[in-house]
Design a protein around this ligand. Structure first.
Ligand code: KIV
Ligand code: ZN
Length: 517
């Protein structure tokens, strides 16, 4: 039978110590409700003595949350402990969490106390807390850098004084997994009354090892993991709840432990915490980052479409993400591309698909991400309006513009199968110069009725979409052009319009209004 690992969530306390992430009472309550849905075992709601607001927040969480233990943090002194109890006492399962440093470096420079004095204070604090509540956690701050025999001594004494959980924090994220695991093993083997308490760990991420250290501790006897949603917390943050939980769930072959977390609530919890704290989740963050289930390379996309487990070690739905995404970029393959178009309602034949795919690859080479709107434009230009013969083709366009030159354009076209140009001319701006050159080469008498340019997607690498309306001999047509370069998009739109005019003048098969082309 696997052992349970208690999940102690400290998003509302250590997580709130993230610079700029402070939460008001209402926001703490919203997150606490989400943590209850997630089914964490303990919610550390705050540090009541630290501020009136935190006192109120812990009180509100303790009153409302019924299905989860609620803990309040306090230093190892009576005033702090009294405030913690006052705030948390209405919880269905309250916990007092008291702490004092045990490392020589903290004792010397911060507390200015001897080891004996700290031991005495720890025991007095736990005894005081135990008078209020049977559920007392003691933390030896900076335990990771403390003399291990001294921690053994302190833990033995506080367990005798009533501590039911003893927490071994790597406060400064200094330890390395095999070393941290060995320390936990040492505690298990050397604390005579350890069977009366749960060993907890609380790892910070200064070396990026918080989750690895936590897992190493579990393997060596820790049965409570302190963690936060999205790994937020003091400095580089805490061990991330979602990573610990999913590592245990995904590698059951290695870890004979379980948690009672309802993993489908992980992603909603991550979004909520990010929204309310204002701490953004990095895209490549494990489990909850925007790219955690996004497959970019063509080989990976092909594999995932055939069988998700080829490149996914857990399903996105297991953590509350609807489905994997196959963002289209320059590495995407035809398979993913076709699937994407079909999802958008475009069922192209083989030849059409090939043509659009070539244009897509060309675009993806120039643009980081190709959005749905970009694809729609490509299909429209390559397929939907493709039935109009290309009497006019833009072969080359070179534009000179800037704040110290008169704008000019040099254009070469193919018209009715014959290369025309290059022809250069000036204009009021680069687009005006381009249109003058095209008009000259095409010998067109059309009038430009409307010119509109918009960016299809955001960002400076957005596709520019140009739409024009042209009139000649009673025929009115529209023309569209799309390109990351807005002058090229303008030229394409104009040439597209000229082709439609030509098509109509040649008695094109359409009987409807020209605008409907
Ligand atoms: O990092 C730490 O040591 C803490 C304690 C208060 C548990 O946050
Ligand atoms: Zn901490």
């Amino acid at each position: 039978m696997p052992d349970k690992v208690v999940i102690f969530d400290t998003t509302l306390r250590d997580g709130e110590q993230t610079p700029g992430a402070s939460l008001n009472v209402d926001e703490k309550l919203q997150i606490a409700r989400q943590l209850e849905l997630l089914n964490v075992d303990v919610i550390e709601a705050g540090f009541p003595f630290s501020s009136k607001g935190d006192f109120e927040a812990v009180k509100a969480v303790a009153r409302e949350i019924r299905g989860t233990q609620v803990a309040a943090l306090c230093r190892a002194n009576f005033k702090d402990i009294d405030a913690a109890w006052e705030a948390v006492k209405e919880a269905t399962a309250p916990r007092i969490h008291t702490f004092i440093s045990t490392s020589d470096i903290h004792l010397k420079y911060q507390l200015k106390k001897t080891r004996e004095e700290v031991l005495e204070q720890a025991v007095a604090a736990v005894s005081h807390a135990a008078k209020y509540c049977a559920n007392v956690e003691f933390s030896a701050m900076d335990a990771g850098r403390s003399d291990l025999d001294y921690v053994v001594k302190v833990f033995t004494a506080v367990i005798d004084a009533g501590a039911t959980t003893v927490n071994f924090p790597d406060t400064v994220g200094y330890t390395i997994p095999h070393e941290f695991g060995a320390k936990i093993k040492y505690l298990v083997e050397n604390i005579p009354n350890i069977h009366k308490a749960v060993i907890s760990v609380h790892c910070h991420n200064d070396l990026g090892l918080a989750v690895a250290n936590t897992l190493a501790a579990i393997v060596n006897g820790a049965r409570q993991a302190e963690c936060t949603i999205n790994g937020i917390g003091e400095r580089a943050g805490n061990a991330s709840l979602e990573e610990i939980v999913m590592a245990l769930a995904t590698r059951k072959d290695l870890f004979d432990y379980y948690t009672e977390i309802v993993t489908q609530y992980i992603y909603p919890a991550s979004r909520l915490v990010s929204k309310l704290t204002g701490v953004l989740v990095q895209p490549n963050k494990a489990i909850v980052g925007a790219n955690a289930f996004a497959h970019e390379s063509g080989i990976h996309q092909d594999g995932v479409l055939k069988e998700a487990s080829t490149y996914e070690i857990m399903t996105p739905t297991a953590v509350g993400i609807k489905k994997s995404s196959l963002p289209l970029g320059k590495l995407s393959g035809r398979h993913a591309f076709q699937k994407k178009l079909q999802e958008m309602g475009f069922y192209l034949n083989e030849d059409e698909l090939n043509r659009v795919f070539v244009r897509f690859k060309d675009l993806a080479d120039r643009k980081k991400t190709v959005f749905d709107e970009d694809l729609t434009s490509l299909v429209e230009t390559e397929v939907i309006y493709k039935s109009v013969p290309e009497h006019f083709k833009l072969l080359e366009l070179v534009v000179l513009s800037g704040n110290t030159v008169k704008p000019s354009a040099n254009v070469k076209m193919e018209i009715g199968g014959v290369v025309q140009g290059p022809y250069s001319t000036f204009g009021d701006g680069p687009i005006d110069a381009t249109y003058r050159a095209i008009t000259h080469l095409a010998e067109s008498k059309c009038t430009l009725l409307k010119f509109a340019v918009s960016s299809i997607t955001g960002g400076t690498d957005a596709l520019g979409e140009v739409s024009v309306r042209l009139e000649e001999d009673g025929h009115v047509v529209t023309g569209q052009g799309v390109d990351p370069d807005v002058v090229t998009a303008s030229a394409r739109a104009f040439v597209n319009g000229l082709n439609r005019l030509h098509f109509l003048k040649e008695g094109g098969p359409r009987k409807g209004k020209p605008e409907e082309l």
